[in-house]
Design a binder for this molecule. Structure first.
Ligand code: MAN
Length: 491
């Protein structure tokens, strides 16, 4: 062919090609990505997308529904089950049911679904709204997560406190068990020592004191005799005073006095020795009474007899001027006599304290070992936290991990937490119905807040609430806008 004729034919070719290229480039209601599915075969036929039915390619969008799946009429409202693609440039592309096409209602923000009425292109506005709500949502998740992290930290602190308490209770228990063992051993020793050496030590001491006291009494008698002799002597002298024999009487009295005096010297030595012996015996006795006898609980057993003897001895020693009345002999009674009793009462106090601590230890251990579902790391902080909402005559109150109340009616006790749903059951029984139960659905929020209460079935409640507890990083949403315009200046 001549070049000239080619130049002549060129416009004709382009006229013939245009409809075909256009058909390829755009079919109403079809996205560019799906255009490849809309191609005629070599015979100009086309197979429906969801069935084996074949139609002529020209039957696509001819306003008559040929394919059972509606795939031949994406750009008309002829099929009930077709879908129309809104490109929505600047916003988010979407599909609408194809029977909304040309119904005079603008469903796509770019207005592409309507050819009979003019639709404003609102895609930019929609994108702005979308971006604003997306930012608000992501900000809410950020804020909620920050609070949640704080709650987690506080829960960890509470757990650490429980752990420290458990450790301190455990070591206190170990200490008390040792104390208890020691006290039990002491009690045993005290009970076994009834006839121990202490008794004989004390008995020996008492025997010595007895001998010394008898000696002292003898000495006292001798002093009395000597005093009587002296008194007699003086009486005789006074009787003979005016008589002739006075001189002879004096002489006789002086002789008698010589006798008495010689005895006196001997007695004085004895008395000093007895005095010293008694003093050291009493000191020894006091020491035993305080340190040894008290330890073995001996005084407790012989208390009655001993104390009587003791007081008699002490009184005599004071009477004789050997013991000073200021020596605190009562210290024996105050510190020693009741030693066994003291140890036993100390043991019982220790046992009581131990029992209390062991109970506390079990509770603390249970608490530490308990697994609190997927909110384990929040549990300690959340437990017992309440949220209320008044709806009509009722105040609904959720107590995390405990129960739900409707005024004073129990709507269920906490049973389980799965994901962001808490279940409470076995609440107050319902007249002609089941025991009350409640499902609490929690969504991310910056504070605990009941959003709605629904009693869909009698006595079965669904409460929606917001809480930072339900926030998670997976809730962040990425923008679906192809070009994530920054509209912040315009907002
Ligand atoms: C109370 C409330 C209601 C419930 C009825 C059932 O009025 O607990 O929510 O439906 O009892 O008798």
């Amino acid at each position: 062919m001549h070049l000239k004729s080619c130049v002549f034919l060129a416009p004709l070719f382009s006229i013939l090609l245009i409809p075909f290229v256009n058909a390829k480039l755009s079919i109403r209601g079809i996205s560019e990505n799906e255009l490849h599915l809309y191609k005629p075969d070599s015979n100009g036929k086309w197979k429906c997308l969801g069935s084996e039915k074949t139609i002529n390619f020209e039957q696509i969008n001819d306003d008559y529904c040929d394919c059972p799946d509606g795939s031949d009429e994406p750009g008309t409202s002829a099929c009930k089950n077709g879908k129309f693609f809104c490109k929505n440039d600047g916003y988010i592309s979407k599909y609408i049911p194809s029977n909304w096409v040309d119904d005079t209602k603008c469903d796509c923000c770019d207005g592409s679904d309507e050819s009979l009425v003019k639709c404003e292109n609102t895609c930019k506005e929609e994108a702005k709204k979308y971006k604003r709500s997306l930012d608000e949502h992501n900000q809410l998740v950020t804020d909620g997560l920050r609070i949640r992290d704080d709650w987690i930290a506080q829960s960890a602190k509470l757990k650490e406190e429980t752990l420290n308490k458990y450790n301190s209770v455990t070591s206190k228990i170990a200490e008390l068990e040792k104390t208890k063992q020691d006290l039990q051993n002491t009690v045993k020793a005290i009970k076994l020592s009834s006839d121990s050496d202490s008794r004989s030590i004390l008995a020996n001491d008492l025997e010595e004191i007895k001998i010394d006291l008898y000696n002292l009494l003898d000495e006292r008698n001798e002093y009395t005799e000597r005093l009587n002799a002296l008194e007699n002597l003086l009486d005789e002298i006074s009787l003979m005073y005016e008589t002739e024999d006075f001189e002879a009487t004096i002489k006789e009295a002086m002789d008698s006095w010589e006798d008495i005096r010689s005895q006196n010297v001997k007695k004085k030595v004895t008395s000093d020795k007895i005095h010293d012996d008694l003093k050291s015996s009493v000191t020894h006795l006091a020491r035993i009474a305080k340190e040894e006898v008290t330890y073995f609980g001996f005084l407790k057993k012989i208390e009655k007899d001993f104390m009587e003897v003791y007081w008699n001895v002490k009184r005599s020693l004071i009477d004789f001027g050997i013991l000073s009345p200021s020596i605190p002999a009562t210290s024996i009674k105050n510190t020693g006599g009741f030693y066994l009793e003291n140890v036993q009462s100390e043991l019982s106090v220790t046992e009581d304290e131990l029992e209390e601590l062991q109970k506390e230890q079990v509770i603390l251990l249970e608490d530490l070992q308990e697994h609190h579902y997927s909110w384990d790391n929040l549990y300690r902080f959340l437990k017992g936290m309440t949220t209320e909402l008044t709806v009509g005559d009722y105040v609904y109150k959720i107590v995390f991990f405990e129960n739900v109340l409707q005024n004073s009616i129990n709507l269920g006790n906490f049973v389980e937490q799965k994901g962001n749903t808490l279940r409470y059951s076995n609440g107050q029984s319902c007249w002609n119905g089941p025991d009350r139960s409640t499902k609490v659905v929690v969504e991310c929020g910056t504070e605990n807040e009941i959003v709605s209460v629904l009693e869909a079935q009698k006595c079965e409640y669904t409460i929606k609430m917001k809480s930072p507890a339900a926030c998670s990083t997976s809730q962040f949403q990425a923008s679906l806008l192809e070009n994530d315009y920054d509209y912040s200046d315009e907002l």
